[in-house]
Design a protein around this ligand. Sequence first.
Ligand code: NDP
Length: 325
Amino acid sequence: MKVNAIRMHQYGGPDVLQFDEIDLAPPAEGEAQIRHTAIGLNYIDTYHRTGLYPMALPAGLGSEAAGVVEAVGPGVTEVKPGDRVVYTGRPADAYSERRNFPAWQCVQIPDGIEDDQAAAILLKGLTAWYLLKRSYRVQAGDSVLLYAAAGGVGSLASQWAKSLGATVIGVVSTAAKAALARANGCAHIIMADDADVAGRVRELTDGEGVAAVYDSVGKDSFIASLDSLRPHGVMVTFGNATGPVDPIAPVELAKRGSLFLTRPILFDFIGTRESLLEAAAELFAVVASGTVKISINQRYALKDAQQAHIDLEARKTTGSTVLVP
Ligand code: NDP
């Protein structure tokens, strides 16, 4: 079968994304063939595109999509044709009209959640889940610092953290994003161009510092983030929007109060079907209860993936973005 898909033949800027026609084989053992109805855009897609996270080329792109199971390969028990499913994972090939994917990583979409909403939240919402419930377990009364608070992960994480009783200090780059972040539950906002983020955090926390920093900005914010923590605080560095963090000496953690440092990645928290379903159930529950609201603030046709990447990297997007095949 022929399908349209984004293909990369080399690493580079958004212009390496080509809209090609490719051959799709029937699903192999353990695979489901999914006809995509909505594809999630994620910042990790830019790391794959640039080669920061290397892949074998030529390659597809995209780590998240929702759609309908059209066929299953031998041995598949987790899903069946006709199921509405959403998935996140590798290999990155979600920027396509349809693809084959391991069935055990597909999650049935509950009634009440549309396909595009599922594609908008699975990767980002599961990330918010492990950040707040595994990397550092937020306690009621904690103050936490959250970067890119009006972005995809940030919009979901700020709402969820507030519901857990945290005081969320959000970092954003514009006044419009500040308004969104406040609406999503951030109690305080620090502007991203503030030269003294750690000083502002101290002011906002009566000099104490925050219990945890959720830092997706990476290289440029790392030291200010460490400086923002209270003694025994947890530094969660989980993204590279400004590039990967430079190596540091462990003594830097000692100097600032016996800090903890973790560099997590989602796929280590959903590596079994049991853990994936547990996490997804928690995510769908906070959506169903209205605790976490989904904002799809941009939509692009799949063939316009280049423009979606340009806008994402130019910091023009807010909330979630969906590509429509
Ligand atoms: P976002 O929608 O949050 O977009 C990225 C945001 O980062 C921008 O909107 C911008 O917000 C901020 N940013 C700060 N500096 C820059 C810069 N120099 N260039 C571009 N953006 C910048 O993306 P996602 O929700 O998809 O992902 C958020 C982050 O989380 C990413 O860094 C991603 O890699 C990471 N992530 C990590 C995972 C993991 O398991 N480790 C899983 C999922 C995501 P502002 O303008 O307000 O500063």
